[in-house]
Design a protein around this ligand. Structure first.
Ligand code: NAI
Ligand code: MG
Length: 495
């Protein structure tokens, strides 16, 4: 692995690159090597204030919201074009900062981020209202931007999360202060440069780096109108409590512990591949991770035999290599958390069927953990109930559909789920029984930008993606126009 020079990054406020006023910085590392790759500005309260004020002034001035939808669309498409032109560099930077295999950065993260900007470039032009003609009156709705949106995102899909948040907010005419995660701030800063190059007016998109303190300061700021947060359920709850003081609009995309349910009549080879992708994609660091694999009794052993023979072939190592399928987890904290859960699983009495070890050698100096599988897991175990956010799978048996439905829903989360069966009625009927915002049938982790994505229960609320995401970023105003000669209220008081 080649080591790039350590750089120093700034905040992006009102179209300018500036240092944090305190001069404070923190380090971001390459999780594959443990090496420091950048000193990053830590935004304090004053910097948050400057960014929010810039966004507020840009909102009030109308420099963005008063542009035609066609003009907004052109700029968002330019952003997509510039990302496409710089795809290789952005993908390499994402892999360096996050540790994900370069194939995933290049062929999944970047294309999906670009696609989100293209979709919302088009969607900007579809925002419309409703008109209701009434006797002697006309009433119609305006969809107006909410205002300043604070967007706080995690480290698992840094650019993709930025695109999912910025796309709809900007399409609808809002201004934004984006805070990337402290573990992976670098690509969001590159994206800020791309916005400038695309001709985005100053102040419309601001990117400030910092840890949870920066996020908390942003959430508190009185000039923030809306908060969109993706991250842990724990922090999501704090965000909601804090937002309540001034009734800021909130949308939350939080944790998950997704059930992946394989019925005896499934195509087993497809289900095995799907289950591998469900749990090991992005080292299991994805809110949609299929971390609870439910296998119907009669196929449990046959399925596990195929699954374990495939898992042994996965190539874990240097994420900059095209052949690598699994990289390191993203940080020391995540490494500690995942290894702790592996110990918990052993203590709880589950059977460690594969993995469970840390990998460390010349090629793998950073946070590498073997893909891990626990069988004989009971639904009440911690490894079945708590989000591990790493390459650790819990396999649970079930008898029949009723048993599966009970087990699948016996959890505080409800983000996504999947069913593998060849029986069309069973698939659709079972889809209705699952308490989750997404159900895949005979596939996994496919998230087209056209379709709504978001959680039930403690996985959050509000929906990202699709045209529906525009609802998260608009207020509805109704305008009532009197057309009759005699308005109903005229003369009510006899005057
Ligand atoms: P986190 O929820 O602390 O961080 C997510 C984002 O929120 C980051 O940008 C962070 O700086 C910011 N943040 C932290 N504290 C804040 C506060 N008080 N107010 C406002 N913003 C704040 O998640 P963390 O610590 O990175 O990961 C912990 C666990 O959370 C993971 O192991 C995983 O289980 C879960 N997680 C889930 C994600 C998802 O996509 N659903 C994404 C990231 C983490
Ligand atoms: Mg945290």
């Amino acid at each position: 692995m080649t080591q790039s020079p350590v750089r120093t990054t700034k905040l992006f406020i009102n179209g300018q690159e500036v240092d944090a006023l305190s001069g404070e910085t923190f380090e971001t590392i390459n999780p594959a090597t443990g090496n420091v790759i950048a000193h990053v500005a830590q935004a304090g309260d004053e910097d948050v204030d400057a960014a929010v004020r810039a966004a507020h002034e840009a909102h009030v001035s109308g420099v963005w919201r008063e542009k035609s939808a066609a003009e907004r669309s052109i700029i968002l498409n330019r952003v997509a074009d510039l990302m496409q032109e710089n795809l290789a560099g952005l993908a390499a930077l994402e892999t360096e900062d996050n540790g994900k295999p370069i194939n995933e950065s290049s062929f999944i993260d970047l294309p999906m981020a670009i696609d989100a900007f293209r979709f919302y470039a088009s969607a900007a032009r579809m925002i419309s209202g409703q008109a209701v003609p009434l006797p002697g009156a006309l009433t119609y709705t305006l969809k107006e931007p909410v205002g300043v949106c604070a967007q706080i995102i995690p480290w698992n899909f840094p650019l993709m999360m930025a695109a999912w948040k910025l796309g709809p907010a900007l399409a609808a005419g809002n201004t934004v202060v984006l805070k990337p995660a402290e573990q992976t701030p670098l690509t969001a800063l590159r994206l800020a440069e791309i916005f400038s190059a695309a001709g985005m007016p100053d102040g419309v998109v601001n990117v400030i780096t910092g840890d949870g303190r920066t996020g908390a300061s942003l959430v508190k700021h009185p000039l923030v109108d809306k908060i969109a947060f993706t991250g842990s359920t724990e922090v999501g709850k704090q965000v909601m409590v804090e937002a309540a003081h001034s009734l800021k609009r909130v949308s939350l995309e939080l944790g998950g512990k997704a059930p992946n349910v394989v019925f005896a009549d499934a195509d087993l080879d497809q289900a095995v591949n799907g289950a591998l992708f469900a749990i090991y994609f992005n080292q299991g660091q994805i809110c949609t991770a299929g971390s609870r694999l439910f296998l119907q009794d009669s196929i449990h052993d046959a399925f596990m035999e195929k699954f374990l023979s495939k898992i042994a072939t996965l190539r874990i190592g240097d994420p900059t290599q095209n052949t690598t399928q699994i990289g390191p987890v993203a940080s020391q904290d995540q490494f500690d958390k995942v290894t702790r859960y592996i110990e918990i699983g052993k203590k709880e009495g589950a059977t460690l069927a594969f993995g469970g070890e840390v990998l460390r050698d010349e090629e793998r100096k950073g946070y590498f953990i073997q893909p891990t599988v626990f069988t004989d897991v009971h639904n009440s175990m911690q490894i079945a109930q708590e989000e591990i956010f790493g390459p650790v799978l819990s396999v649970i048996r079930f008898k029949d559909e009723d048993d599966a439905a009970r087990l699948v829903n016996d959890i505080p989360y409800g983000l996504v789920s999947a069913i593998w069966t060849q029986d069309i009625k069973k698939a659709h009927n079972f889809a209705r029984r699952i308490q989750a915002g997404y159900v895949w049938i005979n596939t996994y982790n496919v998230l087209p930008v056209e379709a709504p994505f978001g959680g039930y229960k403690q996985s959050g609320f509000g929906r990202e993606l699709g045209l529906g995401a525009l609802e998260m970023y608009t207020e509805t105003k109704n305008v009532y126009v009197e057309l009759g000669a005699q308005a109903p209220i005229t003369g009510w008081y006899g005057v």
